[in-house]
Design a protein around this ligand. Structure first.
Ligand code: SF4
Length: 533
């Protein structure tokens, strides 16, 4: 009987631990692409952050197969020395591209197998790695990018992010999970790293004088979106990494999840295997060997731009952090070098990458002057509303699962909408573009989500989703059942947004407007801009 995808993955991981293949990668680098064991290429490479690019034989008919390499950056905190190293590696081995992802990683593309060890070494020299950036392990642990700086944060969650990363990433005990495992630690009040859609989401709260975390489990998007549910517990600060480890162990030991690869995420323990919050709490406490205190009340953040963009005072008087929009995370070596130069000159020698694919320079004394320089670099601090809120997945440029191109499309659409609708309200529109139903562009939580589809004539098109959001009144988008060709997107979306501008209530965000309006009206406005009037 033919092996299923899940059986093949599990067999390959069991035969040799994915993190043990560094010597093999060195050998492949010497002997060339043809020498690569397909089982390493398809499964074990991922544990080292290496993915085949395009169809595995290169994209656009390239004769030499190439790879994507994802650099893991816990909490998105990067020194300028590290940023320059990534820029240099990108320039030398990746055609200068360095995309910022919505999990605070940087992705290099176009890397040949012969160059992979050089990338490993270049990253290791500055304390970075691709280990665990892809594959069936704990992915980059995300956190608030202004941790330790933000005047209003509940706590600086970055030590917890680093401790979870230290315990889980590279630890053989957690090197073969059923599938990817995503953890987020939010110390800020905005919950900017989206704890609701992670397998494990921790959000800082106070219990009297004690600082700790609330715990949400089983969040995720893809084809079966689920908001993480909150357990009745308070995690004392010092136990946060213990709890993360306990949940990782529960996930690892849930063999039922290893039977179907597309249902191997932790949320399926809730969705398919009858687990509930009480059972999770019991299992966690059993692994901790002691009960956790009950949950305490918490303030859910309002939905909206959770991105720390613009100029903000830091906790330390006289210092500011400055957030600039990167436009769908598309960056390159020269821009990274320029950002590092600005961060050294104006700031404290750090860059912070956000979950909305943007960048923040902290420790700044003259934010206005820095904002001017960032503007010149094409990284606006006061970005227009649509550009600021636009996110896109990798799409067909490099992703072999994609139905449509996304990054160029989303950036062009945002720019065109900003040009056509300069009167759009100051609050950003969270426009998420995703190239297939796998939802890496997170269209499920968008105010306006566009998912790539193939039109009947074979052209690239997009299906429209509206009204998603997190925080208070969290809900996933509503599918409108409207599809249009990609080249009609600007006209269609302009029509929809003009309908919003004409009929919205005072201060009403697009998300709430779209939730309030019946489908036929939204569909009418999606027809043309004239229909909106
Ligand atoms: Fe690729 Fe689809 Fe994920 Fe986009 S959503 S990166 S197209 S798998």
């Amino acid at each position: 009987m033919r092996e299923s995808a899940a059986q093949r993955n599990e067999r390959i991981k069991a035969a040799k631990a994915p993190w043990d293949i560094l010597p093999d990668i060195e050998r492949y680098a010497r002997d060339g692409y043809a020498a690569i064991d397909p089982e390493d290429r398809d499964v074990r490479f991922r544990a080292w952050g290496i993915y085949t690019q395009g169809d595995g034989a290169g994209v656009f008919g390239q004769a030499v197969p190439r790879f994507m390499m994802r650099v893991r950056i816990p909490g998105g905190i990067l020194t300028t020395v590290q940023a320059r190293a990534v820029a240099a590696l990108s320039r030398r081995h990746g055609r200068g591209l360095a995309d910022v992802t919505n999990r605070q990683n940087i992705q290099l593309h176009w890397v040949e197998i012969g160059d992979v060890p050089a990338v490993f070494r270049g990253l290791a020299e500055v304390g970075l790695s691709t280990q665990g950036a892809c594959g069936d392990d704990t992915r980059n642990v995300t956190g608030c990018p202004v941790a330790g700086l933000d005047a209003g944060e509940v706590c600086d969650g970055s030590p917890v992010v680093r401790e979870i990363d230290r315990r889980l990433n590279g630890n053989p005990a957690y090197g073969n999970l059923p599938r990817k495992f995503k953890i987020c630690v939010a110390g800020c009040r905005e919950w900017c790293c989206y704890p609701e859609i992670n397998d494990v989401g921790m959000t800082a709260v106070r219990r009297g004088e004690q600082v700790g975390f609330s715990l949400r489990l089983g969040g995720g998007l893809s084809t079966a979106p689920r908001l993480g549910s909150r357990l009745d517990c308070f995690i004392p600060w010092a136990q946060a990494a213990d709890v993360a480890e306990a949940v990782a162990a529960i996930f690892r030991d849930s063999d039922c999840l290893r039977e179907h690869r597309h249902k191997a995420r932790m949320k399926y323990l809730y969705l398919q295997y009858g687990w509930d919050d009480e059972r999770f709490l019991r299992e966690i406490q059993a692994r901790l060997g002691a009960p956790l205190p009950p949950a305490v009340p918490e303030d859910l953040p309002p939905d909206g731009a959770r991105d720390h963009m613009g100029i903000h005072a830091q906790r330390r008087a006289g210092l500011f952090y400055v957030g600039a929009t990167m436009r769908v995370g598309r960056s390159h070596a020269d821009q990274l070098d320029a950002l590092a130069e600005l961060a050294d000159r104006y700031g404290c020698g750090e860059l912070r990458l956000t979950n909305a694919q943007n960048v923040i320079i902290p420790g700044v004394r003259d934010p206005e002057a820095l904002a001017g320089e960032l503007e010149t670099l094409g990284l606006p601090v006061s970005a227009s509303p649509v550009e600021r809120g636009t996110v896109a997945c990798t799409g067909s440029e490099f992703c072999k699962l994609a139905i449509t191109e996304t990054k160029g499309f989303a950036a062009a659409l945002a720019a065109e909408l900003d040009r056509r609708i300069p009167e759009y309200p100051a609050e950003s529109l969270r426009l998420h573009v995703t190239g297939c139903p796998n939802a890496c562009g997170q269209h499920w939580i968008a105010e306006l989500g566009l998912q790539g589809v193939r039109m009947p004539n074979g052209a690239e098109g997009y299906e429209v989703f509206v009204g998603g959001g997190l925080g208070r009144d969290a809900a996933f988008v509503r599918r409108l059942g409207v599809r249009f060709p990609a080249d009609e997107a600007a006209d269609r979306v302009e029509g929809l947004l003009r309908g919003y501008l004409l009929h919205r209530r005072d201060g009403e965000r697009f998300r709430d407007f779209a939730r309030r309006m019946p489908d036929p009206l939204l569909e009418l406005w999606l027809g043309t801009a004239e229909a909106a009037s």
